[in-house]
Each structure stands twice: as structure tokens, then as C-alpha cells.
Design a protein. Structure first.
Length: 105
């Protein structure tokens, strides 16, 4: 849990049973369908970018890399936002993705 935000880690320390249930729920949802891990990570990245959730987007960009997504695939997800959620949202998302790809933040 070292790379996770301080507040996230604190929550799991303060509410370990809730944190465990949250993790089990997330794992169960992920395993409920036919999508592979890389695809699930890219979908979650798209959702986070569309909702302008910077922390979630950066987290899912990291997870997508770990699941085998290429930087080009991750950037493509961000670029795909343009026609659906607008150019400014796409540019913000692309900036967050680039931060992760270039600096690991």
C-alpha cells in the first residue's frame, strides 16, 4: 500500500473491515464478466477520466501499465474522450495520463 495516497491508507487503517469488504467487492465485480485485466483497467481509466477524477485516473493509468497496456493504448483512451465528453476534458485527462507515463505520478 506504499504508493497509495495517505488518506486512502489511513481509511484502511481506521476501518479495516470496510476496507477489506471494498477490496472483495472490487475483485468480485472484476471477475463477474469476460473482460481481461488489461481491458478492465483501460475501461476504468476511461470512466475516471470522463468523470474528471484525477486521482482515480492516475491510479488506473498505473494499473493499466501493470496489466500490460502500452503507453500508446493509455493515451488513446484519453484521446477517445474528445468527441464524447469534450476537448477540454480530453486535454485534462491527457495531461494526467502523461504525468503518469512521464513521471510515474
Amino acid at each position: 500500500m506504499g504508493k497509495l495516497p495517505k488518506r486512502y491508507r489511513q481509511f484502511f487503517e481506521e476501518y479495516p473491515e470496510v476496507g477489506k469488504a471494498y477490496e472483495v467487492y472490487g475483485q468480485s465485480v472484476g471477475e463477474a464478466g469476460p473482460l481481461d485485466e488489461k481491458t478492465r483497467c483501460l475501461v476504468k481509466l476511461a470512466i475516471s477520466l470522463s468523470a474528471r477524477m484525477e486521482g482515480g485516473a492516475k491510479s488506473h493509468a498505473h494499473k493499466a501499465l501493470e496489466a500490460g497496456a502500452t503507453p500508446e493504448e493509455i493515451r488513446h483512451v484519453a484521446v477517445l474522450l474528445g468527441p464524447t465528453v469534450g476537448f477540454p476534458n480530453m486535454m485534462a485527462g491527457l495531461g494526467w495520463v502523461d504525468e503518469v507515463l512521464e513521471h510515474g505520478r
